[in-house]
Design a protein around this ligand. Structure first.
Ligand code: 26Q
Length: 797
């Protein structure tokens, strides 16, 4: 690693001033924080360009196989500090700026998040890009350069409101515009036959223009490209119409095209067949595949050799048109036979599944697919027929096209040589419940790659206090070899080390307490248990279970004040704008917080906060300061979770169900260092068969009955006592996500948490063992698994 030496500080300072002057056109005397941030970003970007060129050159020279990661979402967050840290220039940058009278942390805190994703799936793509660069795996991320990322959330009167997000109103210093790298993408129109070949004549066409952001790996040894496409009109501005005074019509083609890359769809987990979404998906896939083939041919290779040079990974089914599009390009444009083309597609493609929820699976009506992408609809039918012919034992009810719908999961499965789940449990469920027939026809195709997170952003950058302690204890280098955290285990027996570990957490908690004070106007006790549940709001994630248990806990506190360890319960997360039940849960949490926080009897022992607009940068504040990580989904519903990994890595203990990667986290950190509760996935399925499951569970728990009664009576909505009648009625009468059935076990597990926290020696031993044993969940390990098990690529370093 580079160190803070005076030469690199001086050189960096000179470059910052040069960029301030010649790129920003500002005099230091009149420069704003924005100008300084841009100048620093450009100075750092300069230092990424050389390793980036070197990496690209090396990949060309060696003819190395490249990975193409296709994703509708890249939830990158802020880039400045991450780039500085990976370049080994974090401290140098800080010192260079200090000499100019500018505060590094202040600049860093003003960078807007690149929020081009909804949640876990998009953030995973960003962690994987960083790990590919760290490992020297030649790779490209392909996505869409949305003008508006995920909406901004405000909480008004307890309710979520959405505002458009505007990250691009400022200059985005990390990207390079490539107007010369552009492709045409067509929609609609007709398919005709000419000399036995299909000819698709689209009636709408847009231009996809590339914007490249280099992604630098740890140590600055390798950089890859994140290539995001922006839609532009193909027809020039209609001056004749404009001159006739028809201003709106003159701008029409422009409006049409720009709509394509205008906004990220904010829905996770409920599929709605929106035409614009289908067009966005095809826009990404078509521009990416044209680019991949162009690069392959430029290398002088034959198309039949594509699988030796390109691994194409589909991040969920959102880019599942990659199969049909690759086949179309090979057959219609390059004259290949269909049978050869599909073999090539299957050999190149891999599909990662991220959900089992039936309502989330993409299924496009054939009439929509047939009208927006008529040629692709034909190819999809051909793929289906090809698959049926090759597998005569395929049951009649299996197929890509069924009941006038194209099932994107089946399409992705059939066109990929590997299909992977994202945790061991999830992968088993992918085999047994999602694709049992296809799994039987293709044994060995479904494999597991448990998710991982990048330790550079999620430990080194977000938690300098703990990172410093780790480096002092076991030496440097763990950032790129996270298994080395295991060397912390012997230290756990050392009271001095435990005190240092606790002190690091305490420092992070008091920084968070200060932020909560400043932003929420709430004074909180940094010695309370910081109990955090942050993630998208969804019924299956059961924020409702958490808030119901808060109420029960509050009631007990009122009966016996001063009996409990103080707690701060922190919630954060957005609901999809059209998801009524999720929005109601947000409102309930905020209504309950208002009442409980105002209770003088319990104020010292229990507080609840819901900071608005949870995003990557907020996660970077919360994760290092958490004592307790809430991972309480209905078993069998959370594919993996990745927040669970970030918290445990930072020394929070988990209270959780046997779901997703929780199962593997618990195995790794030790069952005694994890607060397990609740039904298993198998038990959930059984319990649902009892139509009375909720009623039975409620009648068996007096605290739960009391809590539901209070909500139903309007204790938390005095101005509108009936506000939660529907919600309470639903728990009694349906409770699909088994909140009632798991309530008592959760309540008991929370009591165990409290008992453990009251014994600091025990608690900090458990917390430190969590950090020491989380090495497996590095995204470097996950990417190595993809490289050997799916992509067949090797490091170029
Ligand atoms: C689909 C169609 C139309 C519009 C939007 C969407 C859409 C967008 C985003 C559907 C799903 C998503 C996001 C899913 C997601 O984030 N899943 C999470 O993926 C993580 C990474 O594997 C897992 O850890 C989580 O368990 C899983 O919920």
């Amino acid at each position: 690693m580079l160190d803070t030496n005076s030469a690199s500080v001086a050189a960096l300072r000179a470059d910052i001033v040069r960029h301030l002057t010649f790129t920003m056109g500002k005099d230091a005397a009149h420069a704003s924080a924005y100008d300084w941030r841009m100048a620093l970003s450009f100075a750092l970007r300069d230092r990424i360009v050389e390793p980036w060129f070197a990496a690209t050159r090396r990949t060309w020279e060696t003819g190395a196989k490249r990975v193409y990661y296709l994703s509708m979402e890249f939830l990158v967050g802020r880039m400045l500090e991450d780039a500085a840290i990976n370049l080994g220039l974090r401290d140098a940058a800080s010192e260079a700026l200090a000499g100019l009278g500018v505060d590094f942390s202040e600049l860093v805190g003003e960078e807007p998040d690149a929020a081009l994703g909804n949640g876990g799936l998009g953030r995973l793509a960003a962690c994987y890009m960083e790990s590919m660069a760290t490992l020297g795996c030649p790779g490209y991320g392909y996505g869409i350069r949305y003008e508006h990322g995920l909406f901004r959330q405000s909480i008004e009167g307890g309710e979520q409101r959405e505002q458009a997000e505007t990250w691009l109103t400022q200059r985005h210093p990390w990207e390079f515009e490539r107007p010369e790298s552009a492709y045409l993408v067509g929609f609609r129109g007709e398919v005709t036959r000419l000399a036995g070949r299909a000819v698709w004549t689209p009636s709408e066409t847009v231009r996809a223009e590339a914007h490249d952001t280099p992604v630098i790996g740890w140590g600055g040894r390798w950089a890859n490209t994140l290539r995001l496409w922006s839609a532009k009109p193909t027809t020039l501005f209609d001056l004749a119409r404009f001159n006739h005074g028809d201003y709106a019509a003159a701008a029409e083609p422009e409006t049409l095209a720009r709509t394509l890359s205008r906004v990220l769809y904010p829905d996770d987990t409920t599929f709605q067949g929106k035409e614009l979404r289908l067009k966005q998906e095809y826009f990404l896939v078509s521009s990416a595949l044209q680019d991949i083939l162009r690069r392959h041919l430029a290398g002088g290779f034959a198309l039949v050799d594509l699988p030796a040079h390109a691994a194409i990974q589909m991040n969920d089914t959102h880019p599942a048109l990659a199969g049909p599009e690759l086949i179309r390009l090979l057959v219609d444009v390059h004259g290949m036979e269909f049978a050869a083309a599909i073999e090539i597609a299957v050999a190149c493609l891999g599909y990662t599944n991220h959900t089992l929820l039936p309502e989330a699976l993409e299924r496009w009506a054939t009439y929509l697919m047939g009208s927006v992408l008529p040629r692709h609809m034909q190819i999809i039918e051909e793929i289906d027929a090809w698959h049926a012919t090759r597998h005569p034992t395929r049951p009649h009810y299996v197929g890509i096209v069924k009941h006038h719908e194209v099932r994107m999961g089946d399409l992705a499965f059939v066109t990929s040589h590997r299909v992977n789940g994202v945790s061991k449990l999830h992968t088993e469920l992918v085999k047994t419940s999602l694709f049992p027939e296809l799994d039987a026809l293709h044994p060995g195709r479904v494999v597991n790659v448990t998710n991982g997170v990048t330790p550079r952003r999620w430990l080194r950058m977000a938690n300098p206090a703990l990172s410093g302690l780790i480096t002092r204890s076991i030496g440097p280098g763990w950032e790129a070899d996270l298994d080395r955290l295991a060397a912390l285990q012997p230290f756990v027996e050392d009271a001095g080390f435990r005190a240092d570990f606790a002190a690091a957490k305490r420092a992070n908690k008091s920084a968070l307490a200060a932020w909560i004070g400043a932003t929420q106007g709430l004074t909180v006790n940094p010695d309370a248990i910081f109990d955090v549940q942050v993630k998208r709001v969804h019924e299956y994630k059961r924020q409702l279970l958490n808030i119901l248990q808060c109420i029960a806990h509050w009631q007990r506190l009122r009966d016996a004040p001063g009996s409990a360890v103080p707690r701060l319960r922190i919630f954060g997360g957005k609901a999809a704008p059209g998801y009524h039940a999720a929005k109601e849960i947000i409102r309930l949490i905020n209504d309950v917080a208002l009442v409980i926080n105002a209770d003088p009897k319990t104020r010292d022992a229990l507080q609840i906060v819901y900071p608005e607009n949870y995003n990557v940068s907020m996660a970077e504040r919360l994760v290092p300061a958490a004592d307790l990580s809430e991972q309480i989904s209905t078993a069998g519903k959370e594919a993996s979770g990745t927040g669970n990994m970030k918290f445990a890595l930072n020394g929070a203990l988990t209270i959780g169900t046997l779901d997703g990667a929780n199962v593997e986290i618990r195995d790794e950190v030790g069952t005694e260092n994890f607060f397990l509760f609740g039904l298993t996935a198998t038990e959930v399925a059984e319990r649902r068969r009892d139509p009375e499951h909720a009623r039975r569970a409620i009648l068996a728990s007096q605290p739960l009955q009391d809590v539901l009664q209070m909500i139903a009576e309007g204790r938390f909505s005095p101005g509108e006592p009936g506000r939660y009648h529907g919600l309470v009625h639903n728990i009694w009468n349906s409770d699909y996500f088994l909140v009632a059935s798991d309530f008592a076990a959760y309540d008991a597990a929370q009591a165990q948490v409290e008992a453990a926290f009251a014994e600091p020696d025990r608690w900090w031993r458990m917390a430190a063992l969590n950090t020491a044993r989380m090495g497996y969940f590095s995204s470097d390990r996950a990417i190595r698994d993809y490289m050997t098990g799916i992509w067949g690529t090797v490091s170029a370093l």
